[in-house]
Write a protein that binds this ligand. Structure first.
Ligand code: ATP
Ligand code: MG
Length: 336
């Protein structure tokens, strides 16, 4: 049995994917789940959210032989020559949270993944194309196996390229963070059909390999729902414009992501909306400074006065979001 993979995805950039993975990985681990977070974005923002610059310097040192399997790219790079996937050396964030770090070098894997895609449908030897296309999932599962993880959370970059196609075929559940603006709505219209195509194309390839030599991801990419990032006054956009776009999301999501015909939503809150997430304002830089989730900020970190109430509210918000996600993805096995 493989460990479920949950990916936060939207090809629109800057909608809060990385921040959500960071906070939910922490929250789920505080709730008793064993979590592996994997950074599949070559920007490696998730990795720098978790690790200090000193740690990163060691991790990314090209001359340090002890770091040969310390990032996702290091683990898959042998595939570009004659080697196989390396088991990852993960970073321990807490007793129940481990990270497979990202790597700017991963960008160089994009073309390689792209070239292997047609070969997995060919009549030649399928071992290597499948090994390569499923490599992110294989590394994530190895990391989960090392730590007895219940769930894997993946962060990806904002595009529909070959790295993300490989990330998504290794994904069981997809959460879509959205802002209420034209770009997010447009992104949603591309995203839904792309997920559908990737699902079908992966299934065709798996069906074509009659005797797989190793476990493969199912590539189900089940949409869990969307998270609406709330209006920020700092963006100084009129609330009217926010409401205009927010009101269009439920139908666009149904049509583009769920492939359903438009139906009028009589519920006061859209059933596909997992949460409406606040803009946490000054708590954000405060938390980034100490590399903690907002809900762990203490008075020593500067969360005093009204900030301490905001920290408490953030804990409530992220707890509710984690519970909503767990409810929808079905039972995640408990560890003791
Ligand atoms: N709830 C929030 N309140 C305030 N700021 C937030 C919130 N969520 C994210 N941000 C900030 O918004 C910016 C973009 O967030 P983030 O990096 O998580 O987005 P992303 O979708 O991962 O971006 P990319 O597409 O570049 O990977 C960051 O500076 C982050 O700190
Ligand atoms: Mg990001």
């Amino acid at each position: 049995m493989s460990v479920p993979v949950l990916t936060f995805f939207n090809n629109k950039g800057g909608v809060g994917k990385t921040s959500l993975v960071f906070h939910l990985a922490w929250m789920l681990s505080e709730m008793g789940k064993r979590v592996v977070a994997i950074d599949l974005d070559p920007q490696a923002n998730l990795t720098s959210a978790f690790l200090s610059e000193d740690d990163l310097e060691i991790l990314w040192d090209p001359d340090d032989i002890s770091q040969r399997n310390s990032t996702i790219y290091q683990c898959v790079r042998p595939l570009t020559e004659v080697g196989d996937i390396l088991a990852p050396q993960t970073q321990r964030i807490s007793s129940r949270l481990h990270l497979v770090p990202g790597d700017l070098g991963l960008a160089g894997f994009e073309d390689f993944l792209s070239r292997e895609w047609p070969d997995a449908l060919g009549s030649g030897s399928l071992y290597r194309p499948f090994r390569i296309l499923s490599s992110f999932w294989q590394v994530a599962q190895m990391a989960a196996g090392q730590h007895g993880a219940d769930i894997i959370l993946a962060d990806v970059g904002p595009n529909l390229g070959a790295i993300n196609r490989s990330a998504l075929i290794g994904t069981d559940h997809v959460v879509i963070p959205l802002a209420a603006d034209l770009f997010s709505l447009q992104g949603l219209r591309n995203l839904g059909p792309t997920l559908q195509t990737w699902r079908e194309d992966w299934k065709k390839r798996v069906d074509n390999w009659s005797t797989p030599a190793f476990a493969l991801p199912a590539g189900s990419m089940e949409p869990v729902g969307y998270i609406l990032m709330q209006h920020s006054e700092r963006l100084s956009r009129p609330v009217k414009a926010y409401n205009k776009w927010a009101d269009r999301i439920p139908l666009t999501y149904q049509q583009a992501v769920l492939g359903r015909r438009a139906s009028l939503n009589s519920q006061p809150i859209d059933a596909n909306r997992l949460a409406k997430l606040k803009h946490y304002r000054s708590l954000v830089p405060m938390a980034q400074e100490v590399r903690k989730p907002i809900f762990q900020l203490s008075t020593a970190d500067g969360a005093i006065g009204s900030h301490s109430y905001a920290v408490r509210d953030a804990r409530t918000d992220f707890e509710a979001l984690a519970v909503a996600i767990l409810e929808r993805i079905g039972p995640v096995p408990e560890t003791s």
